[in-house]
Design a protein around this ligand. Structure first.
Ligand code: ZN
Length: 753
């Protein structure tokens, strides 16, 4: 049974088999209105679930939910294309009972493989595992979309109940001694030499994953490990729910229109709509999310209000009281340290990084510390430019001069952008229509890989906003489906991400991929086009890069399909695709003014290009500060950690400039505390970006991002092969050599020594 076909970073850590499940979120440019789900669970239901979760699993099951008739959610998917997810038939009230049933069925399948009488072979063990657990995978797909896109009503409580059960199931698989003995027999046996390279890699990966998950521990240790994993699953869920609660419950209200000074109309309109949604028509709301905070801090003239909005946002999870995450962090880190020790690793970071491309914490630290001082130096320059403008303003107005504080950075950076590059992003936005940009991405996929997209209107979707396209190749052959869920709503997690409802495979039958892109744009009024920011457009292309990775997949085994690659490699295709947004081919055709239909003027295009690395000091430092703290936290071993103190001391040691903060402060750092997936792994975006920058230069050297030969190489050596080969080999085959990390410095406009 391969990892669940869901790429999710906020569910229980699926440190199951092969590759961990994850959400592929965009970083660091991710934005889009982030709406936090309301914890709308009724008190009684909440209590029942809490009680249930604390009891023995069997008991909890009986009491939490009576077992109904066989659920449609457990059936194989019906419909065209080998079946599609039956979103229209989901009954949230049945999730808990269905998970019981699907987990039990998956357990039985695993037992059957483990207890086979005949000697272990690749087919009867490794392939059998690939084929097992499909029912549970399908159910997880249905549930995970509810947890990330529709997290309202009973869903948070169901998640609290189900996450530890899934974790326990994963442990039962990797701790099954008979099963491990069979995997080891294949791994060490004579058949190995006769297998293909991809098959050998699959066996080795399966073997190593089992070892890393404790397959070689004794029974007492296995028990201890399970307890740690189960407790962590619960803590991860609590951590996320606390962040969501703080995003939901803190809103900055504006009643006086004078306080809107400086804000562009589109931002004011979004704030009015947010207020309306919260029952206060005629006022304006700055919600406690990145997409609300970011434009407000960029444009609002009222400094006091900027500070208020800034403080609320960066204080999420750190407000004391029932939603404070600090104690949870301390416990998570302690348990991770214990687990690493139990498994024989120096630290959690060493354990997590073993299956990555970087392989060791040291390699990741080296790359980060190569970039860090250059980024810090750039911040000093950026601050000096901003301070000069602030001083001039103070002099002109006869006011007291200010010192740039973190709530001033975005605001004065925007003024510097205008002064230095004569570039006002408000002039860009009217050219960035969501629909046109979606067309643009599809056009790019057609140019590069011959992919065609045809919208379908008769497939089930989980919300009326969701749209579906069939993807075909040049010959009209079916490739897969692409789902798009573009708009913010109550109960949708913030940011943007891709997931796979089903990954491509070709074992007993060809299975085509079903992938989805999700974002949080604010839906326009009836008939009005949705305009998005430049950063959001970049993110849109980023997620589409993940989607293409899933759709181009051409492998045999599910565990090796599409985005099931090393964590620090998976952002390479997505970050690479960002580059096509700014190609003249795309902008001239698709960046059309929403009123006049005119393409973006050449002059504006040139300004965007000239300002390409503007404010890169800020972007890199806020990201790297988080990535470095993540790594240092997980290198700290088993010493007890006080989150606030650790954060302050580490940043002081690093020489963090005072004018900005970590992109994700620890009490809100969902990447590393809502699951294991990006823990000791936030560096991955930088690692992948080194590959991206180097790959982009190959297209640049060829004189076009549409060079058919390079596109074909990208498809052949990167996109289609998934995890059938070592990522370093794939990159080398594509690039003709190992990565040159100086390209990363050039991309960000930093000096190369
Ligand atoms: Zn991504």
């Amino acid at each position: 049974m391969p990892a669940a076909p869901l790429f999710h970073c906020s569910l229980a850590a699926a440190l199951t088999l092969g590759t961990a499940a994850m959400i592929l979120a965009a970083e660091p440019v991710s934005s889009g209105p982030e709406k936090a789900p309301e914890q709308a669970a009724e008190k009684a239901a909440e209590k029942a679930a809490e009680k249930a979760a604390e009891k023995a699993p069997e008991k909890a099951r009986e009491e939490a939910m009576p077992v109904p008739a066989p659920s449609v959610m457990l059936q194989p998917w019906s419909g065209p294309f080998g079946g599609v997810p039956p979103w229209n038939e989901v009954r949230p009230g049945e999730f808990v009972a269905d998970f019981d049933q699907a987990i039990a069925a998956a357990d039985e399948e695993i037992e059957a493989i483990a207890n086979r009488p005949e000697p272990a072979t690749f087919a009867n063990t490794i392939v059998a595992l690939e084929l097992a657990g499909e029912q549970l995978d399908r159910l997880e797909t249905l549930f995970d979309v509810h947890a990330s896109n529709l997290n309202v009503g009973p869903i948070p409580d169901i998640e609290r109940t189900v996450a530890p059960q899934l974790s326990a199931h994963a442990d039962r698989v990797t701790q099954n001694s008979k099963l491990f003995a069979r995997i080891a027999a294949v791994y060490e046996g004579q058949e190995m030499a006769s297998l293909s390279a991809a098959q050998q890699r699959l066996v080795e990966d399966r073997y190593q994953t089992f070892v890393r998950s404790g397959a070689q521990l004794n029974e007492a240790e296995k028990n201890q490990l399970s307890q740690i994993n189960s407790r962590l699953a619960r803590l991860f869920t609590d951590f996320s729910q606390n962040v969501l609660a703080d995003e939901q419950s803190y809103v900055s209200w504006i009643e006086d229109p004078a306080d809107l000074a400086g804000l562009p109309d589109s931002v004011v309109a979004a704030m009015a709509s947010a207020a309306q949604d919260r029952g206060r028509p005629g006022q304006w709301a700055v919600t406690n999310t990145r997409s609300s905070m970011d434009p407000f801090l960029t444009y609002a003239d009222r400094r006091g209000l900027r500070e208020q909005v800034w403080r609320r946002y960066y204080q999420r999870g750190d407000n004391g009281g029932e939603h404070d995450n600090k104690e949870i962090i301390t416990e998570i880190l302690r348990l991770r340290g214990e687990r690493a020790a139990l498994l024989g690793y120096e630290t959690h970071a060493h354990w997590r990084m073993e299956p990555t491309m970087a392989k060791t914490p040291q390699a990741a630290m080296e790359l980060m510390l190569k970039v860090w001082p250059k980024a810090v130096a750039r911040v000093r320059e950026e601050v000096a430019d901003m301070q000069a403008i602030a001083d001039q303003e103070a002099e002109a107005d006869g006011t007291e001069p200010i010192t740039i504080e973190p709530w001033d950075y975005r605001y004065y950076a925007e003024k510097v952008r205008k002064a230095k590059y004569d570039l006002d992003f408000n002039q860009v936005k009217p050219y960035l229509q969501l629909e046109q940009l979606r067309e643009a991405m599809m056009w790019v996929a057609g140019e590069l890989f011959g992919m065609q997209f045809q919208e379908l209107h008769d497939l089930p979707v989980f919300h009326p906003d969701v749209r579906v396209w069939e993807v075909t190749d040049r010959q009209g052959q079916h490739i897969g489906l692409w789902y798009l869920d573009p708009y913010a709503r109550e109960g949708k997690r913030s940011g943007a991400w891709m997931n796979a409802y089903r990954v491509q495979s070709n074992m007993d039958r060809p299975v085509t991929p079903l992938v989805s892109n999700n974002s949080n744009f604010v839906e326009g009024n009836e008939g009005e086009p949705v305009l998005i920011s430049w950063d959001d457009a970049v993110t849109l292309f980023h997620e589409f890069g993940h989607a293409l990775h899933g759709l181009r997949s051409d492998v045999t085994y599910r565990s090796q399909a599409g985005t099931n690659v090393a964590r620090d490699y998976v952002e390479f295709p997505s970050q690479l695709l960002e580059h096509w947004l700014s190609t003249p081919e795309v902008l001239n055709r698709f960046a059309l003014h929403y009123e006049t239909g005119e393409p973006m003027p050449q002059e504006l295009l040139e300004k965007i290009e000239r300002a390409e690395t503007f404010n890169e000091g800020f972007a890199t430092v806020e990201y790297l500060a988080s990535a470095l703290v993540d790594m240092k936290l997980h290198l700290a071993g088993r010493q007890p950690i006080d989150p606030d103190r650790f954060e302050q001391e580490t940043l002081a040691e690093l020489g963090m400039p005072a004018e900005l903060v970590m992109r994700h402060r620890m009490p809100q750092f969902m990447h590393i505390f809502s699951s294991d997936s990006y823990s000791a792994g936030y560096y991955s975006y930088l690692w992948s970006d080194a590959l991206t920058a180097d790959a982009a230069e190959l297209f640049e050297e060829a004189g076009s991002f549409y060079d058919p030969e390079i596109a074909q190489q990208l498809d052949e050596h990167v996109l289609s092969v998934g995890d059938t080969i070592d990522p370093a080999d794939g990159f080398r085959a594509f690039r003709g050599r190992d990565v040159d990390t100086t390209a990363l410095l050039r991309k960000r406009g930093f000096p190369v020594d």
